[in-house]
Design a protein around this ligand. Structure first.
Ligand SMILES: *Cc1c(COP(=O)(O)O)cnc(C)c1O
Length: 368
């Protein structure tokens, strides 16, 4: 039994461990019509645009729901049935984009890569040259399924040079990676409250080029997920169209304030990088192997190969770690047995050191 009164640390792709200050921000009730709440929404959107260096060029539209709701809203609102979308896929979240496009009945083309291979900008370029009917490219930045970082900058350049529009699922990279929309030609990107910004889950947001958004009238298949409508309404009233997740919103504001106090994106990157290096070193000492080549690994979540030993049992590992106060994650690969350990959230290298001690314990208990 886990007897501490502390919450277990979440070493997962999300929901993540949040600070006490972020949790305490949720101890109040807010009226969604109230000007004080509208001010919170405004502050968040302004900060998010600022993080992306997109104040001059893009708009930020928040949306209720988990991250996938915003991915679906972006795809459904910014494309229409006359468009054709190229989707390079190298993992579970890329595959989810394809699934969404199928639901939305949007014409699309899949460009498959192996799960351990980053998306190759040259193959994207070839595909765009080969098929002039392609209008958009939709891609995941960091594939949280494995932890691989896709080359955003070179893909963005290729897509721009070919005169197409790029939409990015930056769910697990926004806030931690440098995504500078003054340099990168990106039509829209999507992220959420509960990932690297370290808020609680419950809302996402799309950062979309002003011109692209203005043209997005009447595309959406869904009233609740119509980004264009959400944006217009917010511009007119300062309010969300439908009941906002008020506690999630105020927690995100508090989380963003801490993000800024910590030193912004570069500081966050460094903390996650340090977490990741500590984790990797410790796991290697225990004889565990990373699934990915380290050169393409993002300091977000790490996939480890399960040992070949018959003593290995993920359920036992999970329970043993859970009892010691750590929540880890199963693998998301179809072909080989793996498990994942995240290094994002309000945790630091000391937490990772503690995790490693617990891991060693459980490992020995399993007879490994
Ligand atoms: C977390 C995540 C999502 C959204 O997942 P939800 O479960 O809907 O919050 C989408 N894409 C990526 C890359 C993610 O890491």
């Amino acid at each position: 039994m886990f007897t501490s009164d502390r919450d277990p640390l979440l070493l997962t792709p999300g929901p993540l461990t949040t600070t006490l200050r972020t949790k305490q921000a949720m101890l109040h009730d807010w009226g969604s019509w109230d000007h004080a709440f509208n001010e919170v929404t405004r502050e968040i959107c302004e900060s998010l645009l600022d993080i992306a260096h997109a104040t001059e060029t893009h708009e930020c539209i928040p949306l209720q729901g988990s991250g996938t709701f915003s991915v679906e809203a972006m795809l459904g609102s910014l494309t229409s049935s006359s468009h054709n979308i190229l989707v390079p896929v190298n993992g579970a979240y890329g595959a989810r984009i394809v699934k969404i496009l199928n639901y939305l009945k949007r014409r699309h083309l899949v460009l498959e890569f192996a799960e351990h291979e980053p998306i190759d900008p040259l193959r994207v370029q070839d595909a765009l040259i080969a098929d002039p009917s392609i209008t958009h490219v939709a891609m995941v930045h960091c594939e949280t399924g494995t932890g691989i970082a896709n080359p955003l900058e070179s893909v963005a350049k290729v897509v721009h040079a070919q005169g197409r529009l790029l939409m990015i699922d930056a769910m697990s990279s926004f806030g931690a990676f440098d995504i500078d929309l003054r340099q990168l030609p990106i039509a829209a990107l999507v992220a959420a409250s509960g990932k690297c910004l370290e808020g609680v889950p419950g809302m996402g947001f799309v950062i979309a080029q002003h011109g692209v958004l203005v043209q997005a009238t009447g595309n959406s298949h869904s009233l609740a997920m119509d980004l264009h409508d959400q944006w217009l309404y917010m511009q007119k009233t300062g309010q969300w169209r439908f009941t906002p997740p008020t506690h999630v919103v105020v927690a995100l504001r508090e989380a963003i304030r801490q993000f800024q106090e910590e030193g912004g994106q570069s500081a966050r990157w460094l903390r996650y990088h340090h977490n990741g290096q500590t984790l990797l070193q410790g796991m290697r000492q225990l004889g565990l192997e990373l699934f990915l080549d380290e050169a393409v690994q993002a300091p977000i979540i790490y996939t480890f190969k399960a040992p070949a030993s018959p003593h290995y049992d993920f359920k036992k590992l999970y329970e043993g770690m859970r009892q010691r106060g750590f929540v880890i994650y199963p693998g998301k690969l179809t072909k080989i047995e793996t498990f994942r350990v995240g290094c994002i959230g309000a945790i630091n290298a000391f937490d990772i050191e503690r995790l490693l001690h617990a891991f060693e314990d459980v490992w020995h208990d399993m007879g490994l």
